[in-house]
Design a protein around this ligand. Structure first.
Ligand SMILES: Cc1cc2nc3c(=O)[nH]c(=O)nc-3n(C[C@H](O)[C@H](O)[C@H](O)COP(=O)(O)OP(=O)(O)OC[C@H]3O[C@@H](n4cnc5c(N)ncnc54)[C@H](O)[C@@H]3O)c2cc1C
Length: 293
């Protein structure tokens, strides 16, 4: 398959230039290109037929990881390989490194970006579930100079759907300063190692001074409705010490409460079993990190 005719290719050097290019076209007629790992396939299959492609690879202000007063900000064009290699990301947000280190193969990790992944919001993608699990927020800018911050719970609307408007660019994904004794982890299970997950799970927990769980967030990928919170499991972990039994009960609660689908990758019961087994391992790792282990 070959793309439909693309009339214009723009390569802006700044966010202002990128938004100006976007403004020259009717809504939806121009798209941003980040790593191209999803957009190129969508253009080849003609699922996307833009008149203009705005390539963001030279926009330096969209790249890199910054920290301020404990808060973390990942520029939209930060690539998976850079996230996976960033040893300064705190234990509270280690799930980002877990996810980035296992997205696709080396080529995908060297090209794909966090901004492209959350903007595309494919059902099985690792980053939307990870950002949702970690209480992330998307910073968006429009050509009129306005910006807005949309928390993950409001940003991810459904498969391939987000709250980003056609006239907006995603600037960054931000995470608030975490409380003390906080840890997170992510893992996926795919049919082959380098493939999109059949099921992926992100767990973030916060502990009090007695190592009791005072906050828990769990998000899933790979389900037909797209990335989603697993509130039954979150409630179940509260007040526990994250022991094997408490984690098993929480993962059973999730497996029984979420809707899993049967498709060519796995049947619904198998997905439920993956939630139990991958979930136990991920939650144990998140608790260990919260304890500083
Ligand atoms: C072989 C292969 C294996 C893969 N395996 C995995 C996997 O295991 N786990 C996983 O999570 N993903 C996987 N993926 C998908 C990969 O993560 C993609 O990189 C990601 O979905 C898109 O990121 P990108 O930077 O390539 O964005 P692009 O493909 O360039 O763009 C995706 C969409 O986001 C929009 N966009 C990009 N940047 C912005 C911005 N700043 N503002 C507004 N809109 C923007 C584009 O217009 C486009 O609509 C795989 C892909 C391939 C090809």
């Amino acid at each position: 398959m070959y793309p439909a005719r693309i009339e214009h290719y723009e390569r802006p050097q700044s966010v202002a230039e990128a938004l100006a290019a976007l403004g020259r076209f009717e809504p939806g007629d121009a798209i941003f290109l980040a790593g191209g790992m999803s957009a190129m396939q969508a253009m080849k299959s003609r699922m996307l037929q833009p008149r203009c492609v705005i390539d963001l690879q030279d926009v330096a202000e969209l790249q890199g990881v910054t920290r301020e007063h404990g808060a973390l900000r990942l520029g939209a064009m930060t690539r998976y390989a850079a996230i996976a290699a960033d040893a300064a990301i705190p234990s509270a947000y280690q799930a980002l490194r877990d996810a980035a280190a296992h997205v696709g193969d080396r080529q995908v990790r060297n090209r794909g970006t966090i901004g492209g992944s959350v903007s595309w919001n494919y059902v099985a993608s690792c980053m939307p579930a990870t950002v949702l699990g970690l209480r992330g927020a998307m910073l968006l800018a429009a050509a009129d100079g306005s910006t807005r911050r949309v928390v993950a719970d409001d940003f991810f609307l459904g498969p391939l759907e987000t709250a980003r408007r056609d006239d907006e660019i995603l600037l960054a994904v931000e995470f608030p300063a975490p409380p003390a004794h906080c840890g997170s982890a992510y893992a996926k299970w795919g049919l082959i190692k380098d493939a999109l997950p059949v099921v992926g799970i992100c767990v973030m927990v916060g502990l009090d001074d007695d190592d009791k769980c005072v906050s828990a967030r769990i998000a899933l990928s790979g389900l037909a409705d797209g990335c989603q919170r697993a509130s039954a499991g979150e409630a179940s972990l509260l007040d526990s010490e994250g022991d094997e039994q408490a984690i098993a009960v929480a993962m059973d609660a999730i497996a029984e409460s979420v809707e899993t689908q049967s498709d060519q990758s796995a049947d619904a019961d198998y997905r439920r079993q993956l939630i139990r087994s991958v979930g136990r391992e991920v939650a144990a790792r998140a608790f260990a990190r919260a304890r500083g282990q």
